[in-house]
Design a protein around this ligand. Structure first.
Ligand code: C5P
Length: 239
């Protein structure tokens, strides 16, 4: 069975390599993967990925959420495939062709994940964006539709909220990976932020999530190490 800490992906949402190194040192033994997103990749480039890999066994998730014409996505994913990361993301919102291009570019060296509907998006946002009532009245229908396109395009899995993961597993099988951000422990006293479709770590695990992206509840805790240990215990209790 996968150890509880290996369910945790910590996003290095910090502005510099120096800051990132602080969290890598502090959390390497406590999480299964570090996620590098736009903020850090723009400031550090591939150097930070090499650094994480040199530090030990923690894997890397490169979360650039590609969204462009298929040719550009294909070529970007070819470059990503050379970095030795475990997962990389592409938006599902555009076309099956874009997702197929991402999968082709990965050359089987990276798990390509489709971002279904960001966990910061609510049904009201979909309404304002002009989506049809079948989606604005049930946002999870859009998540499923996009996940089905990702599955057909050959993606390894999707990013969705912990509220939708059980449905993803039911429709697409347990091997189709579901990574869930929008995790908020119920003891966390963060002021309300941009995340809308949230679950606790325990709920996400019970619903079948393969990995939990947990950022601010750890990064902004008074003691990040204590916070991650508390979350690991919560995961252990429901495994
Ligand atoms: O836990 P917290 O809200 O701080 O996590 C934020 C991280 O989750 C960011 O790195 C963001 O890019 C990522 N995220 C994601 N997919 C979503 C929502 C957030 O990868 N649907």
């Amino acid at each position: 069975m996968k150890a509880a800490k290996n369910y945790i992906i910590f996003p290095l949402d910090v502005p510099s390599v120096k800051e990132a190194k602080k969290y890598i040192e502090l959390l390497s033994d406590h999480v299964g993967m570090f996620k590098v997103g736009l903020e850090l990749f723009i400031s550090s480039g591939p150097e930070i990925i090499r650094h994480i890999k040199d530090c030990g066994s923690t894997r890397v998730f490169l979360d650039l959420k590609l969204h462009d014409i298929p040719e550009t996505v294909f070529r970007a994913m070819e470059s990503i495939a050379k970095l030795g990361v475990a997962f990389a993301t592409v938006h599902c919102a555009e076309s099956k062709e874009m997702l197929e291009a991402a999968v082709a570019g990965s050359k089987g060296k990276v798990g390509v994940l489709g971002v279904t509907v960001l966990t910061s998006v609510s049904d009201k946002d979909l309404l304002a964006a002009g989506f049809r009532p079948e989606f604005t009245s049930d946002l999870s229908a859009l998540v499923i539709k996009r996940a089905s396109i990702a599955k057909k395009a050959g993606c390894a899995g999707v990013v969705c909220s912990g509220l939708e993961v059980a449905m993803i597993k039911k429709n697409f099988g347990k091997d189709f990976i579901a990574i869930t951000p929008g995790i908020r422990p119920d003891w966390d006293d963060l002021v309300k932020d941009d995340q809308q479709r949230i679950t606790t770590p325990a709920m996400a695990i019970k619903n079948g999530s393969d990995y939990l992206v947990i950022g601010r509840p750890i990064r902004d805790a008074n003691n990040p190490e204590e916070a991650v240990i508390r979350i690991t215990e919560e995961i252990e209790a429901v495994l």
